[in-house]
Design a protein. Sequence first.
Length: 230
Amino acid sequence: AEEIFRYSDKLSGVGQLAAGIAHEIRNPLTAIQGFCRLLEEGATPTQSRYLKIMKDELARIDLIVGEMMALAKPADAFFRIYAVQDIVRDVVALMNAEALLHGVELHVQCDSVPARLHCDPNQLKQVLVNIIKNALEATKEGGQVRLGVDEREDVVEISVEDTGEGIPEEHLEQLGTPFFTTKERGTGLGLLVSRRIVQAHGGSLHIDSVIGQGTTVLVRLPKADEKTSP
Ligand code: ADP
Ligand code: MG
């Protein structure tokens, strides 16, 4: 598997600017969402319908803004020693409902991987949620997504394998471009945010895809050094 994102270094400047703007959008957005909720009371059916659309679109702006902000967050603020198993367990609990909704089976293979990571567990969970979401979105009803955790000498490898549509070569090249998405309601920021977090953990993100067969995303993370761990 080759490391994804050939345009990696162009990102930081764009990411910083985007995050600055995103931050400014958050406050007025929250105010508008609040007033939308207030208007629901006493709204006619037509007005309710419009309000629902407004709330959905505001939620979408909120998602984009949140991902932009994640791009510029100082990544190492909340690092601690954490078991990889616990991260995976929490993510699976989070994603089971979504898998069910897609009619896709989510398998997990993570028995007896005692490895510990020096990490921000919430950020790593965000990475896995992003990757599993993509896998579920690419996979037809009845398909499968497999989450596996393997221990190598000094790295932990977390893989997400789907039986989805796959990624064409010309799209693989574009995965590093901010806002690149093939989805009608996509943000094109999920993988960027994920890669940024993984890199801040000293790890790397790899992607392998065969059209019509599926995609495997591999997250490689260095194990916590036991000597320095409590
Ligand atoms: P978004 O999901 O909002 O489109 P991402 O950064 O998460 O943004 O993904 C960018 C694009 O990469 C997707 O629109 C899709 O085309 C492609 N992609 C990512 N993961 C997969 C996958 N598992 N299978 C097929 N395509 C994928
Ligand atoms: Mg995504």
